[in-house]
Design a binder for this molecule. Structure first.
Ligand code: ZN
Length: 243
């Protein structure tokens, strides 16, 4: 019954400075160099023990056998499980090199752990749903922005084919998406910005600009060369209504 106590007082000292000391109940994962058996029921070697009067006890004899082990790592889950558990035990293991005990996890009531897991899962789901709502809101805002942008193009360039206007607007809105708020988008809707977007589109699609860039012509030089063509298209769109 008391054969383990013959090994003398266990040399386990918990530094008061560690949180282990403050948490109250502590279970120890022995390092296994000398097998420990329960001082009360002699079961062993013990993978986890609780010291009572300096002697190792198994969890059952310590009335902790009904608890389940939750490894460290998930802070929110651990906090919730401990809060919901009327009895919880910190599990530690001696790190001889660092000369201190290190937390391995906690023992908590199974029902508390199950509840904590459900709550953490619900939180994760809530976060996922919020992300979806945000994405939908951004998409709707992008659509509104693109429509407003297209309308502005058609105002400034009545001769611009509607599908071109939509394409340019969609591109501008994609570039704007992901930016916070619609204030930037609102600013982007000024005449200068809309004109610049249309000019860029015409340069790429209605002139030799891209081919010149591919041929190694410097950007400024390429722009200068295609300016007349681009201006011609823009002037036409400005003055002439789409037939
Ligand atoms: Zn025992």
């Amino acid at each position: 019954m008391t054969r383990s106590t013959a090994r003398g007082r266990a040399k386990v000292t918990v530094r008061p400075s560690t949180d282990v000391a403050r948490t109250g109940l502590v279970a120890i994962q022995p390092l296994g160099r000398k097998p420990r058996h329960c001082a009360e029921c002699a079961v062993g070697p013990l993978a986890l023990l609780v010291l009572a009067d300096g002697a190792p006890h198994c969890l059952d004899c310590a009335d902790l056998g009904h608890l389940v082990f939750l490894p460290r790592g998930d802070t929110a889950l651990t906090r919730r499980a401990r809060e919901g558990s009327s009895l919880s035990v910190v599990v530690v293991r001696r790190n001889h090199r660092k000369r201190r005990y290190e937390r391995q996890g906690v023992l908590v009531e199974e029902a508390a752990l199950a509840l904590a897991e459900r709550r953490c899962l619900a939180d994760a789901e809530a976060r996922a749903r919020r992300r979806e709502r945000d994405a939908a809101r951004r998409a709707a805002a992008d659509v509104r922005f693109a429509a407003a942008f297209a309308a502005e193009i058609r105002t400034l360039f009545p001769g611009c084919p509607p599908e071109r206007a939509e394409r340019i607007a969609a591109h501008a809105s994609r570039r704007g998406s992901g930016r916070v708020g619609r204030t930037a988008a609102g600013r982007a809707l000024d005449t200068v910005a809309v004109g610049a977007a249309v000019r860029a589109a015409v340069r790429h699609e209605d002139s030799a600009y891209d081919a010149l860039l591919m041929a190694g012509v410097p950007r400024g030089e390429a722009r200068r060369r295609v300016r007349a063509v681009v201006d011609g298209v823009l002037d036409g769109w400005r003055t002439r209504a789409e037939p």
